[in-house]
Write a protein that binds this ligand. Structure first.
Ligand code: BGC
Length: 424
């Protein structure tokens, strides 16, 4: 490993952290992931009901964010709280998010809202969720209500988080709700997610336009991985890597950005062609090594506690590739790692941030995943990704060393020699 060198952040780059409603709020039983937990799918037996109790503790958490100097914060809203029954909206839930947004703004933290981050209200899940023909209409009704109520407090939106992960884990591998293993169902879901995104993009812009509010910035958070052949010269591995990349991310990315649906997402341009993203939003974690059509990990590489390769160059590669195609500002909407001992997180942050900055591309946001250790889907409370630790029993928050490092990066607008000696 090379000795780290100091570097500075570009002027326009804001540094912050990201979370998702279901992973931190606690207290909601009305969503598909709580039901999935109750069916016994979570490795450590925990559920989303406890999480970080952020619903009650958001004031304390925002104070901590401000204390860390975060400049921006990506938060989710829980659809099942806002629309607990089909067509009936809960003003008090929206009121809660309004309070949260006001507090963020008072603390000088720029909010970015995610409308859909993996979980569905139970009524929607039971009605077939994103497989059903009504889903676009249903999703848009929720989007309209939420955006109309919050548009005066937030100008930045993610419509859907990681549609490829949602569709693949829920409908191809059956590991996430609704637990299906059906390629045809997955194809319907991918198409509907693309349509939901494009329609939401148009609707959000329309709402701001009608109200004469400054143009919003809207995109979807795209989970991108680097796929490489396990054996560089092996023709099957090379074909496998291209095919997996196409099936997992490339086809959907193109469809959602341009409206021209690519097989297997769909055909034609049912909603017209255009550009349906205002920035390139990348969630990046790792690289896959592909053997035949199976994805795995290269041997003898650095890995995190979940066995995911730590490959910072991949972030730069993907940024360049996406920028080349879409020529829009880049926002890293998630990047982080599972590190139980907080032993290599500071270095992870350093390497990824430096790689991203080093591209020289117009990088405007960098959201560390995540603010505090939270409910990590199938791994429950046992896979900490936070720069702040959370004792789930007592709900006590403690800033980790990596959190102190992040605070100093923000304060010093980069990494200095002194910080390298202290943290890396
Ligand atoms: C998801 C997060 C998740 C993180 C780490 C991302 O794919 O958007 O919700 O916690 O990965 O697994």
């Amino acid at each position: 490993m090379q000795k780290p060198q100091p570097f500075s952040l570009p002027e326009n780059l804001l540094l912050g952290a990201a979370t998702a409603a279901t992973q931190i709020e606690g207290g909601d039983k009305n969503n598909s992931w709580y039901e999935w937990c109750e069916k016994g799918h979570i490795k450590d037996g925990s559920t989303t009901l406890r999480a970080n109790d952020h619903w009650s503790r958001y004031r304390e958490d925002i104070e901590l964010m401000a204390d860390l100097g975060l400049q921006c914060y990506r938060l989710g809203v829980e659809w099942s709280r806002i629309e607990p029954e089909e067509g009936s909206f809960d003003e008090s839930a929206i009121g809660h998010y309004r309070e949260e947004l006001k507090l963020l703004r008072e603390n000088g933290i720029v909010p970015l809202i995610t409308l859909h981050h993996f979980t569905n209200p139970l009524w929607f899940e039971k009605a077939g969720a994103f497989e059903s023909k009504d889903c676009v209409k249903q999703f848009l009704r929720f989007v309209r209500f939420t955006v109309e109520r919050l548009c005066d407090l937030c100008g930045e939106w993610i419509t859907i988080n990681e549609p490829n992960v949602y569709g693949t884990l829920g409908f191809v591998f059956g590991e996430w709700p609704p637990g299906k293993k059906s390629l045809s169902a997955a194809m319907r879901v991918f198409k509907n997610l693309a349509l939901c995104h494009i329609q939401s993009y148009k609707l959000i812009h329309e709402i701001y336009g009608e109200r004469g509010i400054e143009e919003p910035k809207v995109s979807f958070a795209n989970h991108l991985r680097v796929f490489e052949p396990m054996r560089k010269r092996n023709v099957f591995d090379r074909m496998g890597a291209s095919a997996l990349s196409y099936m997992f991310q490339d086809a959907l990315t193109k469809s959602m950005f341009t409206g021209a649906l690519n097989f297997p997402v769909g055909l034609g341009s049912p909603l017209g062609r255009g550009r349906f993203c205002d920035f390139i939003a990348i969630n990046y974690y790792t690289r896959d090594a592909v053997k035949g059509f199976e994805n795995g990990t290269f041997p003898d590489v650095l890995k995190n506690d979940l066995g995911w390769e730590i490959y910072p160059e991949g972030l730069a590669e993907l940024m360049r590739e996406q920028y080349e195609q879409y020529k829009l500002p880049v926002w890293i909407t998630e990047n982080g790692t599972c590190d139980k001992k907080d032993a290599f997180r500071a270095r992870f942050i350093y390497d990824h941030l430096k790689a991203a900055v080093g591209t020289g591309l117009p990088l405007e946001r960098f959201y560390h995943w995540t603010f505090l250790d939270n409910f990590e889907w199938l791994d429950g409370e046992s896979a900490p990704f936070g720069i702040v630790a959370c004792d789930f029993e007592t709900q006590k928050r403690t800033v980790k060393q990596s959190g102190e490092f992040y605070r100093e990066i923000i304060k010093n607008r980069g990494v200095t020699e002194k910080m390298i000696d202290k943290y890396l």
